[in-house]
Design a protein around this ligand. Structure first.
Ligand code: PLP
Length: 397
C-alpha cells in the first residue's frame, strides 16, 4: 500500500494519540526491518524493548504456528497448560514463588498495586495503603499507574485520578525516608528507569530501600517491564543488584511481540489473593503463554543476557568515544542493552537523521537517545549504528 494513502487513512480512522513517523513496516528478520517500499532499517528500538529476540525468530514463528493450529483461548475457568508452564519457568528462574498473567505492562502494574494493598489490608486492616513511587518513573497509562508515573503531563485532564500515591526522589534515600509513613504499604520502582532517561538505580540506594522495606514491612515492587528479561546483562535486573523485591512485574519482551504481562511474588505476598480477588479474561491464555514459553526457553537456553552484557559493553565503549569527542554529548547511560546517550541538545532531529540513513533509534526525556535492540544483536550491527551516528554528529556544530 502507498504510504501516503496509509497515513491519510490512518488520520481519518484512528484516534490521534501517537506522533508517528510516516512509515510502515511490512516484514522483519533479526535486527532488521523492511518498510512497505522495500527499504531496510537497522532496528535499535526493538518495539520499545518488546522484540527481545528480534523479528521473525524461528522458535517464535514455530510456537505461533503450533499453538495457532491447536488452541488460542479457553478461559481462566479452566486450567491452562501453557500458563502453568510459563509460571513454572518464571518461578524456577527468579526469586518468586507464584505468578499471575495479564496482557500488558500497565495491567501487570495494576495487579501489583492491588496485591500490595490486599496484602497490607489483610495483615493490618484499612489505612496502610499508600504507595511511594520515584521521580522519573514510568509505570503505564491506566488510571492507577498514571498516578505513579512521574511526568505530570501524562495526568493532565484526567482528574480525578486514584489517590494514595506519593513521589520520592529516585536515588535519594533521604527523600524516600521522608515520604514513608505508617500508612505506606509499598515502594515501587524501576531498577533501571526507561522512559525517565535510561537511569539505573544506584546500588546503595536499592540496598537501603530494601532494608527500610524489610524493617517496616513495606513491600518492595520492582517494575521490570522494560529492563527485565535479559536486557541488563542478567535474566532480571534485580539480580544485577543482589536486591530481591517482594513483587516484580514483567511484560514487553516476555512474549517476544505477543501481548502479555506478569506479576510475580513470594508465597507470603501472593497468598493475599484468593479466588475472585483479581482476574482478567485474556490473561494467561494458551496462545500468549505458549509464545511466552518459547521466548523464555530461547532466552534461557542461549543465555542471551550474556550477549546483552557483552555487546552492551562494546556498545558503551563505542558511544563513550562520542562523549570524549563532542562537548555536547554528555554521558553514556544504562546497563547491558538498555542504553542511553545523553546529549545537551534535543535528540529528535538526530532520530530523524538516523531514520533517513536507515537506522531506527528513539529519544526519551527530550535529550537522551535510547537504544533497546534485540538481545541477539551483533558487534557488526552496533558498528553500523556507531558509523551512522558518527556521520550525523559530524554535521552538528
Ligand atoms: C512500557 C512500560 C510500562 C507500560 O507497559 P504497557 O504494556 O505499555 O502498558 C510500565 N512500566 C515500564 C517500566 C515500562 O517501560
Amino acid at each position: 500500500m502507498d504510504i501516503n494513502q496509509l497515513v491519510q487513512d490512518g488520520q481519518n480512522y484512528l484516534m490521534n494519540t501517537y506522533k508517528r513517523i510516516p512509515i510502515a513496516f511490512s516484514e522483519g528478520k533479526g535486527s532488521y526491518l523492511k518498510d512497505t517500499e522495500g527499504n531496510e532499517y537497522l532496528d535499535m528500538v526493538g518495539g520499545l524493548a518488546v522484540n527481545g529476540l528480534g523479528h521473525s525468530h524461528p522458535k517464535i514463528v514455530e510456537a505461533i504456528k503450533n499453538q495457532g493450529e491447536k488452541l488460542l483461548h479457553t478461559s481462566n475457568l479452566y486450567w491452562i497448560e501453557n500458563q502453568v508452564k510459563l509460571g513454572k519457568m518464571l518461578v524456577e528462574n527468579s526469586f518468586a514463588d507464584k505468578a499471575f498473567f495479564a496482557n500488558s505492562g500497565a495491567e501487570a502494574n495494576e495487579g501489583a498495586i492491588k496485591l500490595a494493598r490486599k496484602y497490607a489490608y489483610k495483615k493490618y486492616g484499612e489505612g496502610k495503603n499508600e504507595i511511594i513511587a520515584m521521580s522519573g518513573a514510568f509505570h503505564g497509562r491506566t488510571m492507577a499507574t498514571l498516578s505513579i508515573t512521574a511526568n505530570k503531563k501524562y495526568r493532565e485532564g484526567y482528574a480525578p485520578i486514584p489517590a494514595g500515591f506519593k513521589e520520592a526522589t529516585f536515588n535519594d534515600i533521604k527523600s524516600v525516608e521522608a515520604a514513608i509513613t505508617e500508612n505506606t504499604c509499598a515502594i515501587m520502582l524501576e531498577p533501571v528507569q526507561g522512559e525517565g532517561g535510561v537511569t539505573p538505580a544506584e546500588q546503595e540506594f536499592l540496598t537501603a530501600v530494601r532494608k527500610i522495606c524489610t524493617e517496616k514491612d513495606i513491600l518492595l515492587i520492582f517494575d521490570e517491564v522494560q529492563c527485565g528479561i535479559g536486557r541488563t546483562g542478567k535474566l532480571f535486573a534485580y539480580e544485577d543488584y543482589g536486591v530481591i523485591p517482594d513483587i516484580m512485574t514483567l511484560a514487553k519482551a516476555l512474549g517476544a511481540g505477543v501481548p502479555i504481562g506478569a506479576v510475580v511474588a513470594t508465597d507470603e505476598v501472593a497468598s493475599a489473593f484468593n479466588p475472585g480477588d483479581h482476574g482478567t479474561t485474556f490473561g494467561g491464555n494458551p496462545f500468549s503463554c505458549g509464545v511466552g514459553v518459547a521466548a523464555m526457553e530461547t532466552i534461557i537456553e542461549e543465555k542471551l543476557w550474556e550477549n546483552a552484557e557483552k555487546i552492551g559493553e562494546y556498545f558503551s565503549n563505542q558511544l563513550q568515544k562520542f562523549v570524549d569527542q563532542y562537548a555536547w554529548v554528555k554521558q553514556v547511560k544504562g546497563k547491558g542493552l538498555i542504553k542511553g546517550l545523553e546529549l545537551e541538545i534535543e535528540g529528535a532531529p538526530i532520530v530523524e537523521s538516523a531514520f533517513k540513513k536507515g537506522v531506527l533509534i528513539n529519544c526519551t526525556s527530550g535529550t537522551v537517545l535510547r537504544f533497546l535492540p534485540a538481545l541477539t544483536i551483533t558487534e557488526k550491527e552496533v558498528d553500523q549504528v556507531i558509523s551512522t551516528l558518527s556521520d550525523i554528529f559530524k554535521e552538528i556544530k
